[in-house]
Design a protein around this ligand. Structure first.
Ligand code: ZN
Length: 196
């Protein structure tokens, strides 16, 4: 965003219609929005997921969108490159995931299984297809704010983090929208000036 903003401002100087007071005010407005955006992302609130056997980093709370209580798994939109998806497709014949096909997720550090990705599932599990399900009993959580490590099974990821992620996404989108508004106003002023 910063680069594209800068290039737009630079090209405005090339055209030459904008007076310096006007452009500095726009820069200040954009900076104010950008500063607010930086404050919103507080990485000290993040939790890092580590393999319980070898401490390899498998993911973090920024990628979490809930948990599956029945299988004691954290639902992740993304994981690190140290989580390997086993090529073999397997089938669950019993239990909570009965009649589903899945691939096992392996830790590249110790090659232990750390979770799975569901593919074909019964209808009631369809929302979980193609997401990374990390087994809570197989991961530790390193909490950045306190510098402590706790078992994932001690943390509830179900509602709190999901709400938080949606709120953060909303704030992020609103910030981006404000930046687009400011840029639109700037372009409008430049065009009007150019026609005159
Ligand atoms: Zn491991």
């Amino acid at each position: 965003m910063a680069n594209s903003t800068r290039s737009l401002l630079e090209s405005s100087y090339d055209i030459g219609p904008c007076d310096s007071t006007q452009s500095s005010s726009i820069v200040e407005q954009l900076q104010a929005v950008k500063d607010k955006e930086i404050c919103m992302v507080d990485f000290r609130n993040c939790i890092v997921f580590q393999c319980i056997t070898c401490n390899t980093v498998l993911g973090d709370s920024l990628g979490v969108c809930g948990e599956v209580e029945s299988s004691q798994s954290v639902i992740c939109l993304k994981v690190t490159e140290d989580v390997m998806v086993n090529e073999k497709h397997e089938m669950c014949s019993s239990g909570q995931l009965a009649s589903s096909t899945y691939q096992t997720l392996l830790c590249t550090g110790c090659h232990d299984a750390v979770g799975l990705v569901l593919h074909s599932t019964p209808k009631h599990l369809s929302a979980l297809r193609n997401l990374f399900l990390l087994r809570k009993e197989l991961i530790n959580c390193y909490i950045l704010r306190s510098g402590t490590c706790v078992k994932a099974s001690k943390i509830n990821f179900k509602h709190r983090l999901m709400d938080k992620n949606i709120k953060k996404l909303k704030e992020y989108l609103e910030t981006k929208l404000k930046q687009v508004d400011i840029l639109e106003q700037m372009m409008e002023k430049m065009c009007t000036h150019d026609v005159n």
